[in-house]
Design a protein around this ligand. Sequence first.
Ligand code: HPA
Length: 246
Amino acid sequence: MTTLAIIGGSGLSQLKELTIIKREQLNTPYGAPSAEFITGELNHQKIIFLARHGNPHTLAPHKINYRANIWGLKQLGVESIIAVAAVGGISTAMAPEHIAIPDQIIDYSHGRLHSYFDDKNHPVTHIDFTYPYHPNLRKALINAAANAQISISPIGTYGCTQGPRLETSAEIKRMQQDGCDLVGMTGMPEAALAKELGIDYAAIAVVANWAAGKGAGGISMAELEQHLQVGMVKVIKLLNAFIALP
Ligand code: HPA
């Protein structure tokens, strides 16, 4: 297997199942990454883990240095990234605690440093982003879910909002009309930056709540965290099954 990294989001600031080999604090031309890079073994496979929001969870989605995170992983020789992200569910199948392997993205975020190609030393480069998630990595995750008997949605469009506030119900209605199935705050520019550096990237989206206006009443943070905890147990099982693939 190629060198694999797991980026953990909300609900996954630590990968307790990891047997830690080393911790590295890297600096990059883009500043400091969210946290130290942890090299360890998961199910006998070497992986590198990074807590996207820091450990403890202190960085809001719009404050994350996505460029430093992805650059650091590249520096460590990472060739594939599995990004774990908490999301709100918009379409009917995306109930709390459900897992999806998204295949598309719509980016509603703004004001984030979202490219490596933005100064005179890095001439304008337009990457092909037709398929934002790597097809083979997605297929492997879908196969691993089948092997582990975890029910997932094998496709879905991830809408990335700016946060840190959650959305209004009108915003979610509009996102649904646009074709979004899931809403999160950290999928971009992370996916595009990985593509710019030639790293294969796929995501595991864990539904923490019904998106605004899709459930009964407002969104309870206590319920959101509870659903996330249950969802993360499935994510760990999925990651173990993914690593066990031949
Ligand atoms: N919206 C945006 N991001 C999220 C949500 C949501 O409802 N739930 C978890 N992350």
